[in-house]
Design a protein around this ligand. Structure first.
Ligand code: ZN
Length: 205
């Protein structure tokens, strides 16, 4: 654990070294909401081994805290995406696009997503992460966030497509894997790797 923290600190040190170049690009304001400092360098996943300025954005603490998938989105605050989605910086566009996806129940966010055009490589980047990094983690029937390696049990008998068996209610599934669809996780039942609907799962803590 200690090692993980050291690595994290080393990475943050490398990121801070990009701060000057980013401050110039961002004109020293938050690249999403234009708030003035204190600003922090934040990577936009998926990231490379070496931190790169093109893969980073400069954010205020409020924008940064909202990136946590578990954070309740401050809808009023995110009206700022009306501006930042048109940024010329791909990393800013990607982050703004992912946030708009999380806000897609808001009609203004949907309208914006329909209007915006992302260059193909930017669109691929925006869609290149699973739900965890994109900010829409899979959740079980109780709204608990599901992550790789979690153990769940099935709360309803489920027919398994492509097989003749039923995944019985009460079946425990260990070591699930999350993917790109927040409504599905992968797990092993009857020695078969299957996709399970998160709405029919309960996390075992
Ligand atoms: Zn901000």
């Amino acid at each position: 654990m200690a090692r993980g923290r050291d690595e994290h600190q080393a990475r943050q040190g490398q990121l801070n070294a990009l701060g000057k170049a980013l401050a110039r690009r961002a004109k020293s304001v938050c690249e999403l909401c234009a708030a003035r400092g204190p600003l922090q360098v934040v990577e936009v996943p998926p990231v490379e081994d070496e931190p790169q300025a093109e893969k980073c954005v400069l954010l205020c603490s409020h924008c940064q805290s909202q990136l946590d998938p578990a954070a309740k989105l401050d809808v009023q605050h995110w009206f700022c995406l009306n501006q930042s989605i048109w940024s010329e910086v791909p990393a800013v566009q990607v982050l703004a696009w992912r946030l708009l996806q999380r806000l897609a129940s808001e009609s203004w966010a949907q309208d914006l997503l329909e209007q915006v055009y992302l260059e193909p490589e930017v669109a691929a980047w925006a869609a290149a992460v699973g739900p965890k990094a994109a900010g829409t983690p899979p959740r079980d029937s109780n709204g608990q966030i599901l992550a790789d390696g979690d153990m769940v049990h099935i709360i309803k008998d489920l027919d398994v497509k492509g097989t003749s068996f039923v995944a019985k209610r009460g079946t425990v599934v260990k070591n699930i894997r999350t993917g790109d669809d927040p409504e599905l996780v992968e797990g092993r039942v009857n020695n078969t790797q299957i996709m399970l609907k998160t709405a029919f799962l309960k996390k075992i803590i």
